[in-house]
Design a protein around this ligand. Structure first.
Ligand SMILES: [Fe+2]
Ligand SMILES: [Fe+2]
Length: 404
């Protein structure tokens, strides 16, 4: 899993290309996230062996951990009960995962620490946040896939093994990002995260929609950043981006696996309810990314990207990919869709700004009401825009450029 279903955190000041010469002390701190879904920062641990551990804030839409109805999953993947399961296709996918194309890809070098030491000022904080959020999102995928691999072992060993191999990929991604944090003298406490985070329950059908979109949007985010930095190496200020080319192929394969899973469950794709849910999940994922990223323009500008242009490119490409399997998608190429996203981003900034004033909570809430109402109304209007009827196309027929 790659993308962030992430938080609406504080806006950051706009800054340009990273460059500095100050070097920070090399003390490592461990970052924890609280289990509470509030916008209040948790208190840093202040004594004993925890004195170097600091907490980071978790907000309502911070990268989430998911759980599902594993009994229903077992039924869905029981080959006796589900004759749509194309065993040959899953066997072929399993062989591909076993090949493990990226087994030797994630090897670090001394460039990392040197580059991190050069990143100072506001961009340093933004980089740390990027690494933390990405690591949490990858780790979330690891936990879900690992559990699915464990729970489906008896019912469908092939599908179970693919899940286990995907959890291997996600553990590698999360570990690589956490090593990146060590370049900034920090580390995410993943053991603590596993126990302390709140898990969001989604029925299997919703896990399929959300995870498919998450993998594909992750693919498009990584490949877009990689191609941009390859063409504009002056913005290549931290070597992790050089790994995105192969890395995103893992996410692409994960997405293709979910595509195969959904084809094996046509009841999730072929009725009017499926069309409504497909549009809902597309909208949730696109809006979440847009609102989050427009609160973090410093990061994208720091690597030479225009945040909104980058997001629209990712949304359009993800939507085109998704249209191959989802029964309906949003008309994101209609200029009105972007206008609505921009209005939502403005309203979101106002809501966040109110939260940062010194007003008492009641006054803040009252001030927020009209903006929240405006945001909900824009969301609804975007959802109700004329959709694009789409449908399942065999993944073997995918446009070659999609596979990169
Ligand atoms: Fe990943
Ligand atoms: Fe993934």
């Amino acid at each position: 899993m790659a993308t962030e279903m992430a938080a609406l955190l504080k806006p950051v000041s706009k800054i340009g290309y990273c460059h500095s010469t100050t070097i920070l002390p090399r003390r490592i701190s461990t970052i924890r996230m609280s289990a509470a879904t509030t916008t209040t920062p948790t208190k840093p641990s202040g004594s004993g062996k925890n004195k170097n551990k600091k907490a980071i804030k978790e907000t309502l839409l911070a990268p989430r951990f998911y759980t599902t109805d594993f009994d229903e999953m077992e039924q869905l993947f029981n080959v006796e009960m589900n004759k749509n399961l194309n065993e040959a296709e899953f066997e072929a996918l399993l062989q591909e995962f076993k090949t493990d194309y990226n087994q030797t890809h994630f090897v670090r070098n001394k460039e990392f620490k040197e580059a991190a030491d050069e990143i100072q000022g506001p961009l340093r904080q933004i980089f740390v946040e990027f690494l933390e959020r990405s690591c949490t999102a990858e780790f979330s995928g690891f936990l879900l896939y690992k559990e699915l691999g464990r729970r489906l072992k008896k019912t469908n060993p092939v599908v179970a093994e693919i899940f286990s191999l995907m959890s291997r990929d996600e553990a590698r991604h999360a570990g690589f990002l956490n090593k990146g944090l060590s370049d900034f003298n920090l580390a995410l406490d993943l053991g603590f995260l596993t126990k302390a985070r709140k898990y969001t329950f989604f029925k299997p059908k919703f896990i399929f929609y959300a995870t498919y979109l998450s993998e594909k949007i992750g693919y498009w985010r990584y490949i877009t950043i990689y191609r941009h930095l390859k063409a504009n190496p002056q913005y290549q200020c931290y070597p992790i981006f050089k790994y995105f080319e192969n890395w995103c192929q893992d996410e692409n394969r994960h997405g293709d696996f979910f595509s195969a899973l959904m084809k094996a469950q046509p009841q999730f794709l072929n009725d009017w309810k499926a069309k409504l849910w497909a549009r809902f999940f597309c909208l949730s994922v696109y809006v979440t990314m847009y609102l989050n990223d427009t609160q973090r323009t410093a990061f994208y500008e720091g690597i030479g990207l225009d945040t909104k242009e980058f997001d629209m490119h990712v949304i359009i490409e993800t939507n085109r990919t998704t249209a191959r399997i989802f029964p309906a998608v949003l008309d994101v190429e209609n200029p009105e869709f972007k206008r609505k996203l921009d209005r939502m981003a403005d309203l979101n900034s106002k809501i966040i700004a109110i939260g940062e004033t010194d007003d008492i909570p009641l006054v803040k809430n009252l001030k927020r009401v009209p903006h929240i109402a405006g945001l909900v109304s824009e969301l609804l209007a975007a959802y109700l825009m004329k959709p694009i009827e789409s449908g399942s196309v065999d993944i073997a027929e995918l446009d070659p450029q999609l596979v990169y």
